[in-house]
Ligand binder design. Structure first.
Ligand SMILES: NC(=O)c1ccc[n+]([C@@H]2O[C@H](COP(=O)([O-])OP(=O)(O)OC[C@H]3O[C@@H](n4cnc5c(N)ncnc54)[C@H](O)[C@@H]3O)[C@@H](O)[C@H]2O)c1
Length: 373
């Protein structure tokens, strides 16, 4: 089968990792044939790395989408620009592999959904943390049923981003809801993944500590009830001054009928079983083996989908459930309410433009709706 030709949107930051680390194992199945980046320097460095001629390097989206012959596009630029890139791909009829979150606002997510569905295009959203080996191992324990029924899951992310611009890029310290939009979307998606259900109801708080140097809120505490009755809690902090549960060191603890299973900073999955009179017995779980991990798992899945294989888990349709948690969480904090996430999403979808009517805003509904955030 011929290698799929990729129009790559973004060449630096995370996109640099895509080009240098995530794509290379797939060189038989994937070829980057065009590159867009607003930075001339990044375009030059990444273009040279890829060996792309000048005619395939662009600082703007339109000429790239108009001239490059591609089989799909990959979008790895800040969330505020995802919608523009997706709409270009839709006009060109190109399948899309996009970094999370779908977009930076609920309205943009809903417009993207309408446009991509209207054009009947494949779109996958990157939720790579599902496919980190410790998280695959944790999920395997839960799915195996060896601890009985799942009661609740607790997730914790805590990172010291108290210093301005310490979280990789300045935009994360400038945008509204910085922690939730750029960080917690991963953890909400993981809670869905571990609970094996979507979110039913959610409530909680999002705020900014007085000493935070970021403009958007960097703290979050939430409670959730999933559609299968599993409960979940989430602590997210970008101002963590104590124990760190940073990227790839997040804490997840799943409490089950016959024991608990945990993973945290040392990335070792442990099962704990307590017996009255005997105490606690802890055992380490051997990591599962996986051909690909994280982003490479996603790239493999997406290529397989384009090649005629099954749809991946994190399609646009599936990922709407994760962004509904994200924008439902913002709504819950803003209105001091319990949000029915499924009703919130349905109302947002009802109020969104009909498939194919890209970017046409429709009237708001009275009920809390995803589009209303
Ligand atoms: N899945 C993960 O683990 C993970 C980790 C980090 C970032 N991300 C995601 O990756 C995306 C990019 O984040 P980042 O930290 O790399 O951002 P960034 O600010 O480093 O930007 C990435 C590249 O995009 C370019 N760019 C910016 N705006 C552009 C535009 N309008 N058109 C073309 N190029 C543009 C920049 O010049 C840069 O080279 C975001 O969606 C972010 O959430 C995901």
């Amino acid at each position: 089968m011929a290698a799929k030709r990729c129009l790559m949107i973004g060449g630096g930051g995370m996109a640099g990792n895509w080009l240098r680390r995530f794509f290379p194992p797939f060189k038989e199945r994937l070829e980057v044939v065009g590159l867009v980046d607003v930075s001339e320097q990044v375009l030059s460095d990444a273009g040279d790395f890829l060996g792309l001629p000048a005619s395939r390097r662009f600082t703007q989206l339109s000429p790239a989408f108009e001239t490059v012959d591609a089989d799909f596009c990959a979008i790895v630029i800040p969330p505020a620009y995802h919608e523009d890139a997706v709409m270009h791909a839709v006009r060109r009829g190109l399948p899309i592999l996009s970094e999370k979150p779908i977009a930076d606002t609920s309205e943009a997510c809903l417009r993207i959904n309408a446009a991509v569905n209207g054009a009947r295009l494949k779109m996958q959203v990157v939720q790579n943390y599902r496919y980190a080996v410790p998280n695959l191992t944790l999920r395997q324990v839960l799915r195996s049923g060896e601890l009985g029924r799942l009661n609740y899951v607790a997730g914790r992310f805590a990172a010291d981003y108290r210093k301005y611009a310490s979280w990789g890029k300045v935009f994360r310290h400038e945008i509204p809801h910085g922690l939730l939009v750029e960080g917690s979307i991963h953890h909400f998606d993981m809670l869905r993944n571990l609970a094996d259900a979507n979110c039913g109801r959610l409530t909680g708080l999002e705020w900014n500590a007085d000493w935070s140097t970021s403009k958007g809120a960097f703290n979050a505490l939430y409670l959730m009830e999933m559609t299968n009755g599993v409960r979940a809690s989430y602590e997210g902090s970008g101002t963590a001054a104590g124990e760190q549960n940073n990227w790839h060191a997040e804490l997840y603890r799943a409490e089950c009928e016959g024991g608990a299973v945990t993973v945290g900073r040392d990335r070792i999955v442990r099962i704990n079983r307590f017996t009255r009179g005997k105490g606690l017995i802890t055992e380490e779980v051997p990591p599962v083996t996986a051909t690909y991990e994280g982003h490479q798992w996603i790239v493999d899945e997406f290529l397989t989908w384009l090649e005629g294989g099954p749809a991946p888990a994190t399609t646009l349709e599936d990922n709407l459930q994760s962004v509904a948690m994200l924008f439902g969480a913002i709504e819950a904090a803003d209105k001091h309410q319990v949000v029915d996430v499924q009703a919130f999403l349905r109302a947002g979808l009802d109020a969104a433009p009909a498939p194919g009517q890209n970017g046409v805003a429709s009237s708001a509904t009275a009920a809390p709706a995803m589009a209303g955030v």
